[in-house]
Design a protein around this ligand. Structure first.
Ligand SMILES: Nc1ncnc2c1ncn2[C@@H]1O[C@H](COP(=O)(O)OP(=O)(O)OP(=O)(O)O)[C@@H](O)[C@H]1O
Ligand SMILES: [Mg+2]
Length: 496
């Protein structure tokens, strides 16, 4: 097997199956060494990055790999119910330590779970595990004893309609507690409270200490985690809508009614800028954001951005959460023509606190770079998963095409780095090999793929002599057929 991190040449392998695919995504990007170096620096120093260049040259790959070089997030963002003014929920930022401590507390207040047969029988009966008549055990989900058919007595902490209200409460997100039975036991001349609680197949036993902890936890203000501790530090916002980018407060048909509605804090939805907190916000084709670029700029300056209902018709419109943190690294991509359309203060912000990189469109034709091309072929095949590996001769044919394209498209001497399209060529060649029942992609498949997978412009210029001639021909042919329009034939008397 060949490790592409060490130097190798095309003579070192028979097929691309022998090439190991690097684990680090940054090592899978070929020919963009300068951009990668800067991306690593940006990740380490938390700087912004603007990647400029034509489609399919690795901009998204670089952005994604950068995120993997960031330390994992250390903060969780929550919106907390505000009893004084429910439409102004508050923000709470919890550190990793705090989140873990809370989890431990919850765990320690969990009690022990035992088999229903291990608790006093009257308790098991009240919780609906034991039949009062025949003594058979079954889950409380069954309203009658499966053995003798006697209805079970279920005592619920919710009153006679406990189950129904419990279900409705759950549907609307109102906390309902499982049925409990409280008993007292004498221990060493002292009365102690022991609580038994329904827990699915099992029964949970809680003592006084645990109950106290529980009460403390239940007394805390209700909240919703909008940006969890465990999250992907890479957030992509392509073709983003305003709500996707900046967050929103969902509509509630009951207008947040205290009993029927969903409370405002629960309807708060973070935007991509918030989800990218402590990570990377990647915006492909940044100029497509238009005026929203201004919001990105504000978010970058303030490092926090309010979440508000954005649809004026919705009940969410009256809700706003201020100061939601959004401290992200901006990685933006665009092509050269779009540069003038980037909002200039935003661009200046990127330059002031980051880097701009023009990605390469080709790399020199050297033995090392030919080996990189072989690595690229192996990667594309592995990623596709449906095509066989390529022989060395097929890789050579692909390299020759890469050279031809560098010249034709960019007027450069070297191997093209417009690799998405090269990937397309590899997949067509692979499909042909599969159709043929061949074990490997061979040169002949690449040659055939080049014939059938040409861009439509090339096909037109071959048929008509040049692309322009084809376009002209097409128009005249279509117009010839349109000599008689419907108004030449229809009865116009009504209009006269
Ligand atoms: N430098 C590269 N090294 C290895 N593979 C590449 C490279 N550039 C492109 N590719 C291949 O092409 C695919 C598309 O690349 P990527 O999405 O990074 O392009 P892009 O520059 O972001 O394009 P666009 O401007 O269209 O978003 C990748 O998934 C990969 O298969
Ligand atoms: Mg992309």
């Amino acid at each position: 097997m060949i490790d592409p991190r060490k130097e190798f040449s095309l003579d070192d392998f028979e097929t691309t199956a022998e090439i190991i695919i690097p684990k680090d995504p940054l090592e899978r990007v070929i020919g963009q060494d300068e951009a990668i170096k800067i991306a690593k620096m940006a990740a380490m120093q938390r700087r912004n990055l603007l990647l400029v260049g034509p489609p399919g040259t690795g901009k998204s790959m670089i952005a994604q790999a950068l995120a993997l070089h960031l330390p994992p997030p250390t903060e969780e963002i929550r919106v907390v119910h505000n009893p004084q003014n429910p439409e102004r929920p508050l923000v709470e930022v919890k550190t990793r330590d705090e989140v873990q401590r809370e989890e431990m507390e919850l765990l320690s207040a969990q009690g022990v779970e035992v088999d229903p047969k291990e608790v006093p029988s009257h308790v098991a009966e009240k919780l609906g595990y034991r039949c009062p008549k025949c003594g058979a055990y079954s889950t409380p989900a069954e309203p009658v004893c499966p053995k003798c058919g006697t209805p079970k007595i279920v005592q619920s902490s919710m009153g006679p309609f406990g189950d129904i209200f419990g279900a409705i409460g759950a549907a609307f997100g109102i906390a309902s507690f499982p049925p409990r039975v409280t008993t007292t036991v004498r221990e060493g001349g002292r009365e102690k409270i022991v609580v038994y609680e329904s827990a699915g197949e099992k029964i949970r036993i809680l003592d006084e200490k645990m109950l106290e902890k529980r009460r403390a936890i239940e007394k805390k203000k209700p909240y919703k985690v909008i940006v969890p501790l465990k999250r992907n530090p890479f957030v992509m916002a392509t073709g983003a809508s305003e709500t996707e980018l900046l967050g929103d407060v969902r509509h509630d048909p009951y207008g947040g009614h205290p009993q029927l509605g969903t409370p405002p804090y629960k309807r708060v939805v973070p935007g991509a800028i918030h989800e990218a907190h402590q990570g990377v916000l990647f915006i492909d084709e940044i100029t497509h954001l238009g005026p929203l670029q201004r919001n990105i700029l504000t978010a970058m300056q303030e490092k926090k951005f309010p979440i508000a209902g954005r649809n004026p018709q919705s009940a969410g419109a009256s809700v706003r959460v201020d100061d939601v943190p959004c401290d992200f690294i901006l990685v933006a991509a665009c092509n050269i023509q779009d540069l003038p359309n980037i909002l200039s203060p935003l661009r200046s912000r990127i330059i002031g606190e980051g880097y701009e990189v023009l990605v390469k469109t080709s790399m020199p034709d050297t033995p090392e770079n030919r080996a990189k091309y072989a690595q690229f072929v192996a990667q594309e095949i592995a990623m596709d998963g449906r095509i066989p590996h390529a022989t060395r001769d097929a890789v050579l044919a692909i390299i020759e095409e890469g050279k031809r394209r560098a010249k034709r498209i960019d007027g450069e001497n070297g191997l093209t780095l417009r690799l998405r399209e090269m990937g397309g060529l590899i997949r067509v060649a692979g499909d042909l090999a599969v159709m043929n029942g061949d074990r490997f992609i061979e040169r002949k498949h690449v040659v055939e793929a080049l014939r059938i997978a040409r861009p439509i412009e090339e096909q037109i210029s071959e048929r008509y002599g040049s692309y322009q001639a084809g376009v002209a021909k097409d128009i005249t042919a279509a117009q010839k057929d349109m000599v008689y329009n419907y108004w030449n034939e229809s009865d116009l008397s009504g209009y006269q």
